[in-house]
Design a binder for this molecule. Structure first.
Ligand SMILES: [Zn+2]
Length: 381
């Protein structure tokens, strides 16, 4: 997602990015209006896009600010043609297991509430300042009636996002309600299944109405949104499983207990020789029963290339984090990324009992996710 978006700036300290596909929408509107050969119309068309764009930003800011107020930092907002996404930094959320579901409902509802309030306000302003302009005139969204469009764009955004179709906001509220009794993985799974029903319905209705000329484009839009929703639900479920695995798995379940170690007195050539005969990319360096450092195969190679043969002692990394058996995988991941290292020794009473490396984490994550899925399917059948 991130790589296809460009930064626009910051609002309230939250980074706003635009996904490149958003520009398709601009081109689409511009060319539709430019067909009328009228510069003012084309400008008004862009103003209409600006209204939709601004409403989406305010919607996402609603999520982001309420999240931040509830102790979940927001990393940023990405704007897409069919809406926006607020990326929350759940790894750094303040822990609140008891009322987490209430917090999640507040965060999810904040976006649609912003739009509904905006729609209400602009409808009031319109009714009081321009009583001769009809709110119900067709087309509802029209570049020739910008204030009316502001009302309808926000009403549409608010209501559409409240559909109980995960990963839409309504679906998130539903998931939060499920999570009162179920764990997050099961709650997400249930919300995703309801979301899938909605997205398939949207695709089917879209197919039906796209066969008629006057509703062809509505049909295409509906099919596209249904497709995005279906794929989005799938992705979100996977990431939820991933996070819950990270949190619930103890290092002793995944650490390597059969591994090669190096001694600080080994020469780099000896070390390379050992590395060749092992599958490991990273090695703990041990003197007697003490952990004294860590070193990677790459570091050994680099040092050999740069300075010729020497001792492990001189090139090993002496600053490293250690973990204990009962630490969670997510804490291990944090330590790995914080130090930008790829190995964590697991110690018990100062004694090395295992290692966790990035390489072995990637392997075990896939296996664990699979085995949890099997357990879950079993529990359901
Ligand atoms: Zn939203």
């Amino acid at each position: 997602m991130r790589s296809w978006s460009i930064p626009l700036g910051r609002l309230f300290g939250i980074e706003i990015r635009v996904h490149l596909t958003f520009f398709f929408l601009l081109v689409f509107v511009w060319s539709a209006e430019a067909a009328t050969q009228n510069a003012t119309a084309a400008l008004r068309g862009l103003a209409l896009v600006g209204i939709v764009f601004g409403s989406v930003v305010l919607h996402e800011l609603g999520h982001a600010l309420v999240a931040r107020g509830s102790g979940v930092p927001a990393k940023g907002i990405i704007l897409l043609p069919i809406g926006g996404i607020t990326i929350l930094d759940e790894a750094h959320a303040a822990p609140d297991p008891v009322n987490a579901w209430k917090r999640d409902i507040r965060i999810a509802a904040a976006g649609p509430v912003v739009n509904l309030v905006l729609a209400g306000f602009s409808a009031l302003i319109l009714a009081s300042t321009m009583p001769n302009v009809s709110l119900m005139a067709k087309p509802l969204l029209y570049s020739g009636a910008l204030l009316r469009s502001l009302v309808w764009a926000n009403l549409y955004l608010g209501l559409f996002n409240l559909l109980p179709a995960y990963p839409m906001d309504g679906g998130r509220v539903l998931r939060a309600l499920f999570s009162r009794r179920d764990d997050m993985v099961r709650a997400t799974h249930r919300a995703v299944r309801i979301g899938h029903v909605f997205s398939i319905l949207m695709i089917m209705v879209g197919m039906l109405i796209s066969s008629r000329a006057e509703t062809r484009w509505d049909g295409y839009w509906l099919m596209m949104i249904g497709f995005f929703l279906f794929a989005g639900a799938q992705l979100e479920e996977r990431s939820t499983v991933f996070h819950s695995v990270l949190q619930s798995v103890r290092l002793e379940e995944v650490m390597l207990t059969d591994f090669a170690t190096l001694s600080p007195a080994d020469t780099l050539e000896d070390a390379l020789e050992k590395a060749v005969h092992s599958l490991q990319d990273d090695f703990p360096v041990v003197r007697g029963s003490d952990m004294v450092g860590v070193i990677s195969r790459q570091r050994i190679l680099d040092a050999l290339r740069a300075d010729g043969n020497g001792y492990v002692q001189a090139v090993m990394n002496k600053i490293f984090d250690v973990s204990v058996r009962h630490d969670s995988l997510s804490s291990a991941f944090r330590k790995l990324t914080a130090r930008n290292s790829s190995i964590i020794p697991v110690v018990e009473d100062q004694r090395l009992v295992g290692i966790v490396t990035l390489q072995n984490l990637m392997h075990s994550m896939a296996l664990l996710a699979e085995s949890r899925k099997l357990q879950r399917d079993e529990a359901e059948s």
